[in-house]
Design a protein around this ligand. Structure first.
Ligand SMILES: NC(=O)c1ccc[n+]([C@@H]2O[C@H](COP(=O)([O-])OP(=O)(O)OC[C@H]3O[C@@H](n4cnc5c(N)ncnc54)[C@H](OP(=O)(O)O)[C@@H]3O)[C@@H](O)[C@H]2O)c1
Length: 300
């Protein structure tokens, strides 16, 4: 399998998305600006953020600097952001998306996702994404954290099919049924928390595979993502780890080792979104757009 750092996945509307990118959840604005610059300097061409992370401004700043420093153009970097739960609904999604573009210092994003399926609202939010797509302000649109029944809801009413479902996916959380459904409907799976937020890195089976290939556990997992055809977006605030996470193109996992990792699945999710319902103020975030504070360090 000849994969390179430039390998892309062709989404269902023909847009090409880098298979490896970097995520910036739980990084403040200054840190996000720095991590984005390191990532682009070291060859990453995709960045994943969200309004909910409170760091779109930092990503915008880091991206602008990185493009200038590396003699790149906006079109050379694939930028993803997501619709904040509190903004969901048709008109409020359209209105608030303009602020996201401003913070990101761009007039379009490459991929725009519904961050979470806010019950009672996600269908209207999807219609807003279709409008944004038709206006050319998003090159592709998709969803995140959608289970099969919610994906079916969207597919029933959509004029434009979601290109991507971004969901928790790593060796201990593989969501086989959702992946199979997405494969069948040509919705590409993108892995959030590919390293399990760090918690999968001490797994003994993965450690033994890592020893065998003389690679780190993180590299083994990310290579497994690539060989599974999944889009992956590991996060780090350390330059050496950002480099390490992209140094995954000089080896190939054997079929047996891919199967061994496939076998580690035990439904060990950090969050379960089957019963997700947006209500009030769980875990300190707010659904009141008026009270959104762009300077907040981060919000899950
Ligand atoms: N759609 C959603 O609802 C959703 C939810 C969660 C995440 N996401 C997206 O997915 C991205 C990735 O997920 P994540 O941030 O939850 O977790 P992750 O990428 O699975 O893991 C990140 C953690 O692993 C550490 N790490 C990274 N590379 C490492 C390496 N080579 N060796 C050892 N430790 C390493 C990081 O620490 P340091 O930073 O200290 O290096 C951090 O603690 C997010 O940043 C976000 O963009 C989306």
């Amino acid at each position: 399998m000849s994969l390179t750092m430039n390998s892309t996945i062709t989404l269902n509307n023909g847009v090409k998305m880098p298979q490896l990118g970097m995520g910036v959840w739980q990084i403040n604005n200054a840190g996000a600006a720095q991590s984005v610059q390191w990532a682009i300097k070291h060859g990453y061409r995709a960045i994943d953020t969200a309004k909910q992370y409170g760091n779109e401004a930092g990503v915008g700043e880091g991206l602008a600097k990185a493009l200038a420093d590396n003699n790149l153009r906006r079109k050379d970097v694939f930028l993803t952001t997501k619709i904040f739960n509190g903004d969901q609904g048709y008109q409020s999604t359209l209105d608030n998306f303009e602020g996201q573009l401003n913070r990101l210092q761009t007039d379009y994003v490459d991929l725009l996702l519904i961050h979470w399926p806010v019950d009672g609202k996600y269908m209207d939010t999807w219609r807003a994404l279709e409008t944004i797509y038709r206006e050319g302000k998003a090159r592709a649109i998709g969803v995140s954290n959608f289970n099969i029944s919610r994906l079916k809801d969207i597919l029933k009413m959509a004029s434009i099919k979601p290109a991507v479902n971004q969901m928790e996916f790593n060796p201990v959380c593989q969501e086989g049924d959702i992946k199979q459904f997405c494969d069948r409907h040509n919705i590409h799976l993108e892995a959030w928390s590919p390293l399990g937020g760090g918690r999968v890195l001490q797994n003994k089976v993965l450690e033994s595979i890592a020893d065998k290939y003389d690679k780190s556990v993180a590299q083994i997992i990310l290579r497994w993502d690539l060989q599974r055809g999944v889009i992956t977006i590991p996060k780090s605030v350390h330059e050496d780890r950002i480099v390490q996470n992209s140094d995954i193109y000089d080896f190939e996992l054997s079929e047996d080792d891919v199967k061994l990792i496939n076998g580690l699945d035990n439904d060990d999710r950090s969050l379960w979104y089957g019963g997700f319902k947006w209500s009030g103020n769980p875990e300190g975030y707010t659904d009141s757009v008026a009270s959104w504070d762009d300077d907040k360090e981060f919000i899950h």
